[in-house]
Design a protein around this ligand. Structure first.
Ligand code: ADP
Length: 305
């Protein structure tokens, strides 16, 4: 059985359902990936590495993880901090606006609270957001951990997920993102992220940059246009079936990553894994919110297969 540890922050998600009505969920880029990976590959052990608070929302998140069969052995508790929170408002044209309360969340202390290492895992997954929320001392600790993990044969997967407001400036973000790539075996660089972070305007430039930093398997998503995959010296494009009625693109990329990895870690090749990742993403964008209700998710995926 493959064992993957996914590191990041899961927040309370409040979605505006009416002028005075909010609905509550739990979401965050790496958490979304963990949920969809586990739903698609029940025999892979998925642990979520994070820190939560002592508040009741943190307790509810733990129950949610239990429902999703995500291992909580790497979830640490902060005595004095709470879960982060974000709110989404969708206007009548479907445009979404986000507001965040995450600056001092429990998850920002994960490496300070963490005990042990990654020795129980075969694969470690993190994102640019996981990195951005840590202070520099904890980031260095994380890379020490990754160095030890890779030295023992562990594989590392990274999605840059660039969020400018989490970094003091772009140079800072570039430096740490490059460091993350240089410690990764598989990466999911996004076109929008690379345009904003490095000024890359095409897939070749993205591939060149990431390959030069030593990443061997590079997956570049491009909405409904298709997925470019570079594996060692080979390059292929996997077509994506366009979803005509997109309800909400939140977590499309995270869901793709979860689907891709579920197939890849189950022994599928890169093209089959990308096709499956695209099906998972197509399902998630057909429903509102980051985490689609379980029954609807399985029914939709089955209908696409
Ligand atoms: P990100 O969310 O990381 O910016 P994309 O916008 O490229 O990434 O979307 C991620 C994945 O979601 C794509 O690779 C594709 O599989 C799927 N996707 C996004 N938009 C559509 C669409 N209109 N129709 C079908 N699939 C889509």
């Amino acid at each position: 059985m493959s064992r993957i540890v996914i590191f990041g922050e899961c927040m309370v998600e409040l979605v505006n359902r009416g002028a005075d009505t909010l609905s509550k969920g739990y979401a965050g880029d790496t958490y979304n990936t963990a949920v969809y990976l586990k739903r698609c590959a029940r025999d892979i052990s998925v642990s979520y590495l994070t820190a939560i608070g002592a508040d009741f929302l943190s307790d509810e998140l733990l129950f949610k993880m239990g429902d999703e069969e995500i291992n909580t052995d790497q979830v640490y508790r902060s005595e004095d901090r709470n879960l982060g929170l974000y709110m989404v408002r969708t206007d009548k044209h479907g445009e979404r606006t986000f507001a965040y309360w995450r600056a001092n969340s429990a998850a920002t202390q994960t490496l300070n609270l963490m005990r042990g290492d990654l020795s129980n895992a075969d694969v470690f997954y993190f994102s640019g957001i996981s990195l951005a929320i840590l202070d520099e001392v904890q980031r260095l600790k994380l890379f020490d951990l990754i160095d030890g993990f890779r030295a023992k044969g562990g594989k590392v997967v990274f999605d840059p997920n660039y969020r400018p407001r989490l970094w003091p400036g772009p140079e800072h973000a570039q430096l740490w993102t490059d460091k993350a790539y240089s410690h990764s075996d598989i990466a999911f660089p996004g076109g929008d992220d690379h345009l904003a972070l490095y000024g890359h305007t095409d897939v070749d430039a993205i591939h060149q940059h990431v390959a030069d930093l030593g990443v061997k398997e590079i997956i570049v998503k491009n909405g409904a246009v298709g997925v470019h995959i570079y594996e060692q010296d080979s390059h292929c494009i996997v077509p994506v079936e366009r979803v005509e009625t997109v309800v909400d693109t939140t977590a499309a990329g995270d869901a793709f990553n979860g689907g891709y990895l579920s197939a890849r870690l189950s022994g599928k090749d890169v093209t089959d894994s990308a096709s499956f990742g695209a099906k998972v993403a197509a399902t998630v964008i057909s429903y509102p919110g980051a985490i689609v209700e379980k029954d609807a998710f399985y029914k939709h995926i089955a209908a696409l297969s």
